[in-house]
Design a protein around this ligand. Structure first.
Ligand code: URA
Length: 197
């Protein structure tokens, strides 16, 4: 195959997965969603972010991180010198859990093939998990949560993985004092940016 033909095959694979997610009925979240939220961004990037699942605004627009948490994420990117369109952003579950509750293990499992396909296609050098849900799901940690795990580097099948606090958590914790969640996140994103450069 020529490079062009390979690119076309990869594009076809993306389209096929996107179509599967659009029509997905693998778990009960499909009954309450307006639409699924696949993910967006640069498909050949070295930096990928994984959140928990769509909220109300994401469910309405069909795009990840476009609500209040997304606006804060955008600010974090801008402050760190990261252009949002240069990274890839998705979630563990592609459909909004009712009342934004945490997705169940079963819902994460039902959606897992999509996430793994996305990671396999993007092949990022760095994967950032936002909050407990993607961190615990990918690292399979049971005892430690995001407070213990954030800011540390993990090897995830050869990909450098760093957990960070979820922006929704930062919306509830406004302090910028040394050691506060916002302060720690600022350190974490700078370390991610330095690794990416
Ligand atoms: N929170 C998430 O975890 N993901 C989104 O896409 C939006 C808010």
């Amino acid at each position: 195959l020529t490079e062009e033909e390979i690119k076309r095959e990869i594009d076809k694979t993306w389209t096929a997965i996107e179509e599967k997610v659009r029509k997905c009925q693998k778990c009960p979240l499909c009954e309450s969603r307006t639409q699924s939220v696949f993910g967006e961004g640069a498909k050949n990037t070295e930096l990928m972010f994984v959140g928990e699942g769509p909220g109300a605004e994401e469910d309405a627009q069909g795009l990840p991180f476009v609500g209040r948490a997304g606006q804060l994420l955008n600010q974090i990117f801008t402050a760190a010198g990261i252009k949002r369109e240069e990274v890839y952003i998705t979630n563990v579950v592609k459909c909004r859990p009712p009342q934004n509750r945490v997705p169940t293990i079963e819902e994460c499992a039902a959606c897992n093939d999509y996430l793994f396909a996305q990671i396999s296609l993007v092949q990022p050098k760095i994967l950032v998990t936002l909050g407990n849900t993607p961190t615990k799901w990918l690292l399979k940690t049971t005892h430690e949560g995001i407070t213990q795990l954030r800011g540390k580097w993990f090897d995830w099948y050869g990909i450098k993985l760093m957990p960070m606090f979820h922006p929704s958590y930062l919306l509830r914790n406004q302090s910028r004092k040394v050691g506060s969640p916002r302060h720690l996140t600022w350190q974490d994103i700078q370390e991610v940016k330095a690794q990416w450069d």
